[in-house]
Ligand binder design. Structure first.
Ligand code: SF4
Length: 321
């Protein structure tokens, strides 16, 4: 079993999702997956923007209101506009969070402060659209464009959930890599370890990242190369892997050692991959079988591949894909 203490990641979160009674009506929106299952591997950094700008609990409910140019954080009953206050506080809070080494952020959906997407926007008293973003969430995206962010509602989808957690642990590995300074060799090693994970997310993106490293001249500093590489890496990781991409990766991995297998073992492995492709088996089955052969046959090139061990097994995320 993976030790949670050694794999803990620090993640920001809308406080109400942890069960804190900070909502406008004095309630909370405790999320079971986040607080129990995933929570064992996370050090949460809870933030409630509306409470922290001093609106109190309970408070008047807020909404996003567009004046045609600017989207305001507005309290319809009192007529108070909290936009400037929230934006200023968000800028200050983002700087405080920057010092905390976050590896991700989970936001409460639909909130005019925390919602990441599809938040209702009003014009006057009528609904204008559902394309808004909460003011605090918008400030976070601006300040941390590469930070993995997701809403709790979307995390109920197994594919999106696995994608988010995979991004978070990749982000953590990159942060760890930077300790003691970056070098071209460290970046190349990071890329090599993530090759098949990137291929599952977006094959072309994986190739472009390899080219980016290969084409960077010797005069390019490791800091510049690292910044460009990680921007592009996060872009690739935002693509949710498909069953087809996973199947392609599994076949590539099997290609590294299948010649060494007895014919019945080779046929069994091909069958397991094909049953995964046809949605008859979860991803964990071919991954476990490949891990077994990588260990048994000492396939050195694959031993370190993050794809085979992207996050703690106990989260059971590959069992649901
Ligand atoms: S959604 Fe955001 S602002 Fe609203 S209660 Fe939760 S943490 Fe506070």
């Amino acid at each position: 079993m993976t030790d949670p203490d050694t794999t803990r990641v620090r993640i920001g979160i809308s406080s109400c999702l942890l069960g804190e009674k900070v909502r406008f009506d004095g309630g909370h929106k405790k999320d079971e997956f986040l607080t129990s299952h995933f929570g064992r591997y996370v050090e949460w950094v809870p933030v409630c923007p509306e409470f922290e700008i001093g609106l109190g609990v309970p408070r008047e409910s807020l909404r996003l209101v567009s004046d045609g140019k600017v989207t305001h954080l507005f309290a319809p009953r009192s007529g108070l506009d909290h936009t400037d206050r929230m934006n200023q506080w968000t800028r200050d809070q983002a700087e405080r969070l920057a010092a905390q080494g976050l590896c991700g952020y989970v936001l409460k959906r639909s909130s005019p402060s925390c919602g990441l997407e599809r938040v209702k926007v009003y014009k006057g008293t009528g609904l204008l659209n559902r394309d808004g973003r909460g003011l605090f969430a918008a400030g976070l995206v601006d300040r941390f464009p590469n930070l993995p962010m997701e809403e709790e509602g979307r995390l109920n989808d197994p594919r999106l959930r696995e994608n988010f957690v995979s991004q978070v642990f990749s982000y953590k590995r990159w942060m760890d890599l930077q300790e003691g300074g970056l070098s071209r060799a460290k970046i190349m090693q990071f890329h090599a370890r993530h090759k098949f994970l990137l291929m599952a997310h977006q094959q072309n993106g994986m190739r472009s990242l390899g080219n980016l490293i290969g084409k960077a001249g010797r005069g390019t500093s490791a800091k510049r190369l690292g910044a460009d590489y990680f921007d592009a890496f996060c872009e690739v990781m935002r693509h949710t892997p498909t069953r087809r991409n996973h199947t392609n990766v599994l076949q590539h991995l099997a290609g590294y050692f299948s010649e060494q297998l007895a014919s019945d073992d080779r046929a069994e492995l091909a069958d397991v991959i094909d049953r995964y492709r046809r949605d008859r088996l979860p991803l964990i089955v071919p991954v476990t079988l490949i891990r077994h052969y990588v260990r048994k046959l000492k396939v050195e090139y694959l031993e370190d591949q993050v794809y085979l061990d992207p996050h703690p097994d106990e989260l059971n995320l590959l069992n649901q894909l």
